[in-house]
Design a protein around this ligand. Sequence first.
Ligand code: NAI
Ligand code: DG6
Length: 501
Amino acid sequence: GLSMSQTPSNTFTVASPNVAYTDDTITSKYTYRTTAIDSSNGEFVATPKETVYDFKTERIVGKVGIIANRQKLAWDTREGQRSANYYGSLVMASTTKLGVDSKTGKDINIPLHDAMPMVHPNDLVIGGWDISSLKMAASMDRAQVLEPTLKSMVRKQMAAMQPLPSIYYPDFIAANQGDRADNIIPGDKACMEHVEHIRKDIRDFKAKNSLDKVIIMWTANTERYGDIISGVNDTAANLMSSIEKGHTEIAPSTVFAVACIKENAPFINGSPQNTFVPGCIELAEQHGAFIGGDDFKSGQTKMKSALVDFLINAGIKLTSIASYNHLGNNDGKNLSSQKQFRSKEISKSNVVDDMVAANSVLYKEGEHPDHTVVIKYMPAVGDNKRALDEYYAEIFMGGHQTISLFNVCEDSLLASPLIIDLVLIAELMTRIQWRNHGEQEWKSFHSVLSVLSYMLKAPMTPSGTPVVNALGKQRSALVNIMRACVGLEPENDMTLEHKLF
Ligand code: NAI
Ligand code: DG6
C-alpha cells in the first residue's frame, strides 16, 4: 500500500515545447509513429502513420517494508559480507539510455526508476493473507531461503507480522497443502461474504496505515484451471450471481480479484491459473480497474523468451525445446499434483508462439517447434530450483545446433524482485492518463495492463490484441511508453550520430 506524500526530485527534465511540468504533473504531447500495411491488392503497401497523443502523469508518489533494504542491512555469509540490494528488479537495478552527451558523444544511462516519478520500494507497507497462520519469522525459517545472519537481523519485525486469514477452497490447490491450512475464513466455496470480507481487509489495511492506494498481488499457490461455463463465469453479471449462489467453480483467486476490482485496487496474478475468467475481465473493464497477469516469469521461461527470440531472429530454425525442472520448495510440492501442474504447463508452454508465428521464412502456417515441460518435486534441493533445457535447431544446409542450459537459482530470490517491479509499475499506471491530442477528456490505460508483460510468463492483453512474449520487445514497450510520457522519442538504437560524420 502507499500513501500520497512526496514529489520525487527529477534526475532530468525534458526541454521541449511538447512537455510541460507543474508541481503535480508532467504532460507530454507525443507523436506515435507506426506503419500501416495495406495488402488488399496482393502486395504490401506500407504507409507511415502518425497519431498524436497527450499523456499526463501525476508526479506525487506515495510513501508506501522491505526491511533489509530500508535499514540498509549488511550481514555475514561464508563468502563474506553481503548487503541488501534490489538485484533482479528491472525498475531498481537496470538502467536505460536517456540520450547522448552533446559534449562527449557518450551515452547517458539512468536507472529505470528515475525515468519517471516512481514509488521507492523502501517506502512500501506490506501486508497480506495466508491460509497458513505462521508468522513471517517462522515462515522465513520454513522457507529455507535467507541466510541465518540476515534472518536474525530482521527476526523481530518479521515475528510481528502475521498473515490475515484467507479463503480456502480445497478443490483448487493440491491436497498436499491441506495441513498448512489453519488460518481460514469460514466457508469452502465462493460467496459474497468472502468478497466483502476481503474488501473490508483492504479498506482496513488502507485506513490503519493511512494509505491512498493498495496494490494486490496473488502470490499464493497455483490453483487448478477453472472451467469456463456459460451462464456461470462468462460475463460479469453471471460471475457475480454465481458468487452469490455459491457456485463451486469459482476459485479463491477470482474471489480476490473481484474484491480488488470492487475496491478499485490493481490486482495482479503471479500464478498461472485462469483467475481472470471472462466474467472477471469484463467486471474489471466495467469498473475501469487495473488487472494484470499471469504467472511470474522468473528463470527458465525468462531465458526462453530471450533465447528463442534471439535464435529465430538470427534465422535459425528452432525445432524442439525440452524443459525439465526439479525443485523442493512448497511451490514444487503443490505442483506435484497433476491439475496444478497442468496450469503451470500451460503458462510455460505458450511462450514462443508469437516469435514462431512472426517468421514465415522458417515456419509454415501452423508449424511449431516441439515443446515439452516437465516439473518434478525433489524436496532435498529446496528453493534451489534446477532448470535443464535443451534447445535443438536446424541450421544451414541441414546442420544442427544443440544448446544445453543448466540454470540453478533460489527460485524465491528471482521472483521477489518481480513482485516489486509489478507493484511499482502498476502503481505508476494508476497515475498516467492519456487522450487523443485535441480531445478534452483524460482516460486511463486499458484495464488489462499488458505493459507488465516483461514480468509475466503468460501476459494477459486486452481481448483481441496480440500477446508479446519476446523479452526484448516487452522491455522496449515498457521503456518507450515511459519515455513517451515524458515526451521523449523511443530509443531506436540507430546511433546515426556515430555513423554519419
Ligand atoms: P509457496 O507455496 O511458498 O507460497 C504460497 C503461499 O500461499 C503459501 O504460504 C500458502 O499457504 C499460501 N496460500 C495457498 N492458498 C492460499 C489462499 N487461498 N489464500 C492465501 N494464501 C494461500 O509458493 P511460492 O514459491 O511463493 O509461489 C507462489 C506462487 O507464485 C505459485 O503459484 C508459484 O507457481 C508462482 N510463481 C513462483 C515463482 C518463483 O518463486 N520463482 C515464479 C513464478 C511463479
Ligand atoms: C518449476 O518450474 C516451478 C515453477 O513454479 C517455477 O519455479 C516458476 O514458475 C518459475 O518459472 P520460470 O519458468 O520462470 O523459471
